[in-house]
Design a protein around this ligand. Structure first.
Ligand code: GDP
Length: 313
């Protein structure tokens, strides 16, 4: 693995990805906390705004309860004083304890990418390939979504654009065999990272989850402790629905992180707090636009700051 920091000249970062969220719902939260006394009504309004921002019911209740206690303990009475406390609580919630992404030294890193169709999975895989390329890693993609012919074609186009190799079989082929070949090719070509695309829909959800388990099993059999990351792509614009998707995927595979795609397309970026706080899954990356460079490494403090900071975008 290379050690070059991830900085693309034209990349849109977390701050820019949060522009809509900051301008709308979190703007209103800041407005609410800009003056006056702390009252019961203020807590209720704050709760309502956090829920509207898709922070999720459980995480919202936890945050507001914590703030009530913080302010009481410190003897605070001014709404404005809640701003910094809220920021810190959200940052803390977003910061799920976890190992760094692809931590550890190994010759081949296997990254399994899962998520429903339309979530931004293919685009996120392409961005991830570019991310690794920029760090000097040799990357191979495996097209293990053999259910949709279009998925293989789309991945091929992205592989060409990013300048990485693709291992693909015919539509309808066994996805396990694609993974097996992907690993063989990675070893033969000395690749550092194998990124595996998986189906986002099958005839039934049961079939899909069984298939994902099987793919992970094939990887584990071939490479010690693989997959080393299982990234779930969630569409930030789908809010609470994405949370229930995440729960289903968590049952089938050991999800090690989330790519929160389309953050730039929503005013409800609070969903990240629900993902981290309620599901306990670390967010690894956020998608901040449609180009290959629009992928930002997740940082809890930067994200929390991006929800509130008034400057710029
Ligand atoms: P898949 O079906 O899950 O593989 O989804 P795709 O990767 O094909 O993406 C679906 C749509 O979402 C496409 O139009 C993408 O350009 C768009 N998309 C993906 N990621 C992002 C993102 O981070 N920001 C924005 N604005 N659009 C995105």
């Amino acid at each position: 693995m290379g050690v070059v920091p991830f900085v693309f000249g034209s990349a849109k970062g977390i701050h820019s990805g949060l522009a809509k969220t900051r301008k709308s719902l979190f703007g209103r939260i800041l407005g609410l906390l800009s003056g006056g006394e702390i009252t019961e009504e203020l807590w209720e309004d704050l709760e309502a705004l956090l829920i509207q921002a898709d922070v999720g019911m459980a995480a919202t209740v936890e945050v507001v309860q914590g703030l009530r206690e913080d302010t009481a303990r410190r003897g605070l009475h001014q709404a404005q004083e809640v701003q910094a406390l809220l920021h810190d609580r959200l940052a803390e919630m977003l910061d799920v304890p976890c190992k760094p992404y692809l931590d550890g030294e190994r010759t081949l890193n296997v990254v399994l990418v899962v998520g429903v169709n339309g979530s931004g999975k293919t685009t996120s895989i392409a961005k991830l390939a570019r991310y690794h390329r920029a760090r000097g890693d040799q990357v191979i993609l495996a097209a293990a979504d053999t259910f949709r012919a279009a998925a293989i074609d789309q991945l091929r186009i992205w592989a060409e654009r990013t300048g990485v190799d693709l291992v693909a079989h015919q539509p309808g082929a066994d996805p396990g065999a694609v993974v097996y070949d992907g690993i063989r090719a990675s070893r033969a070509r000395g690749a550092d990272v194998l990124i595996i695309d998986t189906a986002g829909r099958l005839h039934t959800e049961y079939n899909l989850m069984q298939e994902l388990k099987k793919i992970a099993g094939v990887a584990r059999k071939q490479v010690h402790q693989a997959p080393h990351e299982t990234l779930l792509v969630l569409d930030a614009t789908t809010g609470q629905n994405a949370l229930s998707q995440a729960r289903h995927f968590q049952k089938a595979v050991d999800v090690t992180g989330v790519i929160l795609a389309k953050l730039d397309g929503t005013a409800r970026g609070g969903m990240a707090i629900a993902v981290a706080g309620e599901l306990g899954i670390p967010i690894r990356f956020v998608g901040t636009g449609e180009t290959l460079d629009d992928l930002a490494e997740f940082d809890a403090r930067e994200f929390a700051a991006g929800l509130f900071r008034r400057d710029g975008a």
